[in-house]
Design a protein around this ligand. Structure first.
Ligand SMILES: NC(=O)c1ccc[n+]([C@@H]2O[C@H](COP(=O)([O-])OP(=O)(O)OC[C@H]3O[C@@H](n4cnc5c(N)ncnc54)[C@H](OP(=O)(O)O)[C@@H]3O)[C@@H](O)[C@H]2O)c1
Length: 321
């Protein structure tokens, strides 16, 4: 089968399209014929190893898992003999954060991992980007314990994480102020934002409103600048480490007091989360924003675009077998 492999960390050019053996599913695994995948910031972060710490999970000197790709949608091609939850021909989607492998024509993973049948009415291209941004958003929203009636600000509301966050927070019944660029004001309103701040016109930290939760989904602000905007027990979460990794030690420091807190949750995903996101998708509460679609052969171009930090939502890759 064809797969994009990388044998060393580095720029997008380390990715090479190669012929490699098709995976053979173990007894508890399904073999997925991948129809659509994505290139996202997680792929880029792990491939570049921009943060050295990621190498403790993906290989200290060189990548342990040569085929990248965490999000996928496709068809079950075959199943291991102990598989009970899926059958050949099922249309599935999922997120493989342990061994990756979605940037290939076929991938194998255990049936108990983050995989489910695709939401009714969804195409493979629509289903592939359902989980990367949304599971990070979900993890942070749960950590902040967002409730109906709260006032929440989402900075970077047009990224994969931010656009999912706006929709999930609205589903929970909170009021959302979203921060984005002029060109995306209408898009963000269509996701449900109650108020939009155009960051090219106004610095959101200068607003006189207060928020129960400030979610910087693009990591462009700081706890210091946002603290005056938080309610007494308000929560601040950023998707980035911050200057000199300040968000890690500020999380420890603010956990000691009873007031405003910075949280730095470690993201996780389970099959239950996949089922939850699927339900939101089927009931029209969440739909991933798709920026553009590239072919499998164009993964390097797609990667360069994603790394520009300017994608709106998600970048999808289609695989024609
Ligand atoms: N290291 C990792 O493994 C990893 C994994 C996942 C995510 N992350 C981090 O999480 C963040 C979000 O990722 P993502 O995929 O959701 O989004 P993304 O692709 O990085 O897109 C960010 C969005 O934010 C907007 N933006 C750019 N500058 C902004 C600013 N100053 N203020 C407000 N919005 C701004 C951009 O659109 P407009 O400017 O056009 O509005 C773009 O739509 C990134 O910082 C990424 O590095 C890291």
């Amino acid at each position: 089968m064809k797969a994009w492999i990388h044998t060393k960390y580095g720029p997008p050019e380390v990715l090479q399209l190669k012929e490699v053996p098709k995976p053979r599913p173990k007894d508890n695994e399904v073999l997925v014929k991948v129809k659509a995948t994505t290139v996202n910031r997680t792929d880029c972060g792990l491939r570049s190893a921009e943060y050295f710490i990621s190498r403790f999970f993906t290989g200290l000197l060189k990548p342990k898992y040569q085929i990248q790709g965490n999000e996928f949608a496709g068809v079950i091609e075959s199943t291991g003999k102990a598989v009970t939850q899926f059958a050949v021909g099922d249309n599935v989607f999922g997120y493989n954060e342990k061994t990756f492998g979605a940037h290939a024509e076929y991938m194998a993973l255990a049936e108990t991992e983050a995989i489910a049948t695709i939401p009714a009415g969804y195409t493979f291209e629509e289903a592939a980007p359902l989980l990367e941004g949304s599971h990070y958003a979900l993890c942070d929203i749960r950590a902040a314990k967002v409730e109906s009636g709260q006032n929440v600000l989402v900075n970077g509301a047009t990224g994969a994480i931010g656009s999912a966050a706006v929709q999930i927070i609205k589903h929970l019944g909170a009021r959302v102020t979203a921060v984005c660029n002029t060109k995306n004001v209408e898009l963000v309103k269509s996701l449900g934002a109650d108020e939009v701040i155009d960051y090219t016109q106004q610095d959101f930290t200068k607003t006189n409103q207060v928020f129960d939760f400030i979610f910087d989904a693009v990591g462009k602000s700081s706890f210091g600048a946002c603290k005056p905007l938080l309610t007494k027990k308000g929560i601040y979460i950023s998707t980035e480490l911050g200057k000199n990794a300040e968000n890690v030690w500020l999380a420890l420091l603010t956990s000691l007091g009873g007031g405003k807190k910075l949280l730095f949750p470690i993201p996780t995903i389970s099959k239950n989360d996949v089922v939850f996101i699927k339900q939101l998708a089927e009931t029209g509460k969440f739909k991933p924003v798709i920026d553009s679609t590239y072919t499998f052969e164009q993964i390097v171009s797609a990667t360069k675009y994603v790394e520009s930090g300017q994608k709106t939502g998600n970048v999808v890759i289609t695989i024609h077998h």
